[in-house]
Ligand binder design. Structure first.
Ligand code: ATR
Length: 277
């Protein structure tokens, strides 16, 4: 029987993961099967029970999406450093009865920016909007890319400050409030890791943070030109991107972790890309 993998989320109907992993498996000639599981939201322990059933049926690994990334982290036996910092897991590997948790969201984002968009972070000024799970996952990979400065901004600024002070030994990270941004100059890369775009909202970011030769990146994908990306465009930023590349790159990292083979990503990204305007 082929090795079985799955993505679990709620709702899971629109997931692209089976398509992405199916294309990877075909391209790398891996004999595997990948399905989507609608995870139960209640009772509290039903998520873990569903994962255990999947393991019992022979499952080898999983991707985890909203709203289960925290519950996934909580039920794992072993956690990578990235998952620990994010406090969230987006991938599981099951081996010898143990559940290993990883978080590839941040590394997938970094790869998309540096490799696909040709915008290396080294020596650059980076602004990260948000301090939730999505933003936290990006912090260690971003600092590892040696930016000149990484500034986090969040409405609840104490949350961003606490994270920044936890990470100062990893690189030049600071936190500020949105109201301070108009005195901070331009950034080479501005990443919207807030959940504002999911509701069509715009974080209160002034256009002065954008650099015309820089990059504006929206973690949400398939939403065309979000208010954040429109603001960046209007500020003259040529390089605007949504999170489709990140989605494919984090999947490629999970695939490599599970199968020991890194799939090519560009053709899959091209296939899933929705024009921004
Ligand atoms: P996720 O896992 O998607 O990161 P989350 O952990 O709930 O979700 O975090 C959501 C993030 O988006 C937070 O940083 C939140 O800011 P606060 O912590 O100050 O609430 C941010 N956010 C949500 N809506 C926003 C908006 N309209 N403007 C600015 N930030 C917003």
């Amino acid at each position: 029987m082929n090795d079985t993998y799955a993505v679990i989320g709620h709702p899971i109907g629109h997931t692209k993961s089976p398509l992405i992993h199916g294309l990877f498996a075909e391209a790398t000639q891996q004999a595997m099967h990948y399905t989507a599981i609608e995870g139960p939201r209640e009772p509290d322990d039903a998520f873990a029970a569903t994962v255990r059933e999947f393991i019992t049926s022979g499952g080898k690994g999983m991707n985890i999406t909203a709203p289960f990334k925290l519950a996934a982290f909580a039920m794992a036996d072993e956690h990578s450093e990235r998952a620990t910092l994010a406090g969230a897991a987006n991938a599981f590997k099951f081996e010898e009865g143990r559940v290993f948790a990883e978080n590839f969201d941040g590394i997938g984002l970094l790869r998309d920016i540096e490799v696909n968009l040709h915008a290396p972070l080294e020596g650059k000024r980076v602004l990260l909007l948000g301090a939730g799970g999505a933003a936290r996952g990006a912090l260690l990979p971003f600092l590892g890319a040696r930016p000149a400065e990484l500034v986090m901004v969040n409405r609840h600024v104490a949350k961003a400050r606490a994270l920044a002070s936890q990470l100062t030994q990893h690189g030049p990270i600071t936190a500020c409030a949105y109201g301070e941004l108009d005195r901070m100059g331009r950034f080479d890369l501005v990443v919207n890791a807030t959940s504002a775009s999911l509701t069509g909202d715009l974080p209160p970011v002034p256009p002065s943070v954008f650099s015309p030769r820089g990059t504006a990146y929206e973690l949400a994908y398939g939403k065309h030109l979000t208010p954040f990306l429109r603001l960046a465009r209007n500020a003259g930023v040529a390089g605007v991107a949504d999170g489709v590349g990140m989605l494919v790159e984090q999947a490629a990292e999970a695939f490599l972790w599970w199968r020991g083979v890194r799939p090519e990503t560009q053709a899959v990204i091209d296939r899933l890309t929705v024009p921004l305007d």
